[in-house]
Design a protein around this ligand. Structure first.
Ligand code: ZN
Length: 245
């Protein structure tokens, strides 16, 4: 083999190695590029998943949580509620469960021990409560008309009770570690932080149509609850302000 042929073969092998190295480097670049793409897609997914302005439930919240039910506004016939059952057998609208649980947990941290005495009620249950109250007044000697009107001051007419919405709860003390007054005071000061309001204040009975009920709390969402608490108004007044009447 001539010297010339040897040089030629040497150049060939050099070129071959060089092109192999180039291919290898292209391969590494492609893999790196792919990794970057995957990381970018993952980052974008996390951003849209966790940083979206509001989950779908929140956008609808002002609609469902501000429904007005009182003696002049009956519950719509087609009203549907999805319930979550509490440990003691009472139930609430599943959308308020976490806020209620958080409020109770935080109350316990402050050594206040509330219990849900009454949550969701069916129309039949509400009628039962009304019948019992009327019977109680009749047994005290009131005529049936008198007994009925007296009972209506305490018990909502079926179809006009917020308990039928599943958005209200009557909260009492456990009777062992806390008194009713301790619980009512804590709720009065803190419930708005969780979206609940003291629904029937004593200075608003002419507007709400209900006597002072320091145990009855209604979920309206944190935004409305904060304004209602801050301005010392009731739900009816808040809705009037919202509607610009
Ligand atoms: Zn109540």
């Amino acid at each position: 083999m001539s010297k010339h042929t040897n040089i030629k073969n040497f150049d060939k092998s050099k070129r071959y190695k060089k092109s192999k190295r180039r291919a290898h480097s292209r391969h590494i670049k492609a893999v790196l590029c792919l990794c970057c793409c995957v990381m970018l897609i993952a980052a974008a997914f996390r951003f849209f998943k966790y940083e979206s302005p509001s989950p779908p439930n929140d956008t609808e919240e002002s609609t469902w949580s501000l429904i007005l039910v009182n003696k002049w506004n009956y519950i719509p016939d087609n009203y549907k509620v999805k319930l979550t059952e509490l440990k003691n057998g009472e139930a609430v609208d599943e959308r308020i469960y976490h806020a209620l649980q958080k409020m109770f947990n935080d109350a316990r941290k402050d050594h206040i021990y509330p219990v849900v005495a009454s949550g969701y009620r069916t129309a039949e249950k509400q009628q039962e409560l009304m019948d019992e109250k009327i019977a109680a007044y009749e047994s005290e000697g009131y005529s049936s008309d008198e007994a009925k009107s007296k009972a209506e001051a305490w018990v909502a007419i079926p179809g006009t009770s917020e308990h039928q919405l599943g958005l209200s709860v009557d909260i009492n003390a456990d009777g062992i570690r806390s008194t009713g007054d301790d619980v009512y005071e804590w709720l009065h000061e803190n419930s708005y932080k969780y979206g609940f309001i003291y629904r029937y204040p004593k200075n608003k009975t002419d507007i709400t149509g209900v006597i002072n009920e320091p145990w009855h709390y209604r979920y309206v969402g944190t935004e409305a609850a904060a304004k209602i608490h801050e301005q010392d108004i009731c739900l009816e007044e808040y809705l009037e302000l919202q509607n610009g009447i």
